[in-house]
Design a protein around this ligand. Structure first.
Ligand code: FES
Ligand code: FES
Length: 183
C-alpha cells in the first residue's frame, strides 16, 4: 500500500506516494525523474547509486525511501549552482575522470562527502574513501587526479564548460569518421 511521504531533495520538498519497501533509488529515478543517480549492482557494492543523506554517504539502492522523510538528501543534480558546475564536476571534466559516465555521479557524490568533512585529504585517504566506488572504464587514476585537483586548487578558474563540450563533440566526430573510413 502506498503512503504519502515528503522527501527533501537538494533543498526542495517533494510530496510523493510510495510503498514502504520502495527504495530511495527507485523514488529518485522513477518517481522524481532525478536520473543522475545511477543503478549499477543494486546490492550496495558498486557505489553508482551514492547520494548524501544528512551529510553521510549512502547507497540509495539499499535505503528505504520511507526512512528518508525529514532528512536532507543530496544528489548529483543539486551540485551545480547558478549555472556553475561544482568544483568536483569541473575537475572530472578537466582531468578526464570519466569515460562512459555511469559511475561518475556516484564517484562525485562520494568525493563530495569526503571533502565536505575533510577538504584536504591525502591521496591515500582519497583512495581509501573512494574504494567503495567501482569504475569499469577509467583505471581509477584519472578519478584520483580529478579529486586531488580540487584538493590542491588545481582547477581552472576560467574553465568554460560549453567550449570544452563542443571540442569533445568534434573530437568524437573525428574519431567516428576515421573508424567509418577504415571499416
Ligand atoms: S547500485 Fe547501489 S551500490 Fe551498486
Ligand atoms: S566511467 Fe565508465 S564505469 Fe566509470
Amino acid at each position: 500500500m502506498k503512503k504519502p511521504l515528503t522527501l527533501n531533495v537538494n533543498g526542495q520538498d517533494y510530496e510523493v506516494e510510495a510503498e514502504s519497501n520502495r527504495l530511495l533509488l527507485q523514488v529518485l529515478r522513477d518517481t522524481l525523474g532525478l536520473t543522475g543517480t545511477k543503478e549499477g549492482c543494486s546490492i550496495g557494492v558498486c557505489g553508482a547509486c551514492s547520494v548524501i543523506i544528512d551529510g553521510r554517504l549512502v547507497s540509495s539502492c539499499l535505503t528505504l525511501a520511507a526512512g528518508c522523510a525529514g532528512k536532507k538528501i543530496e544528489t548529483i543534480e543539486g551540485l551545480a549552482k547558478d549555472g556553475k558546475l561544482h568544483p568536483l564536476q569541473q575537475a572530472f571534466i578537466e582531468f578526464g575522470g570519466f569515460q562512459c559516465g555511469i559511475c561518475t555521479p556516484g564517484q562525485i557524490m562520494a568525493a563530495k562527502a569526503l571533502l565536505d568533512e575533510n577538504p584536504k585529504p591525502s591521496e591515500e585517504e582519497v583512495k581509501d574513501w573512494m574504494s567503495g566506488n567501482l569504475c569499469r572504464c577509467t583505471g581509477y587514476y584519472k578519478i584520483l587526479e580529478s579529486v586531488m585537483a580540487v584538493v590542491n586548487d588545481k582547477i581552472d578558474p576560467e574553465f568554460a564548460f560549453r567550449k570544452r563540450e563542443q571540442t569533445a563533440k568534434i573530437q568524437s566526430l573525428d574519431v567516428y569518421k576515421s573508424v567509418a573510413k577504415t571499416s
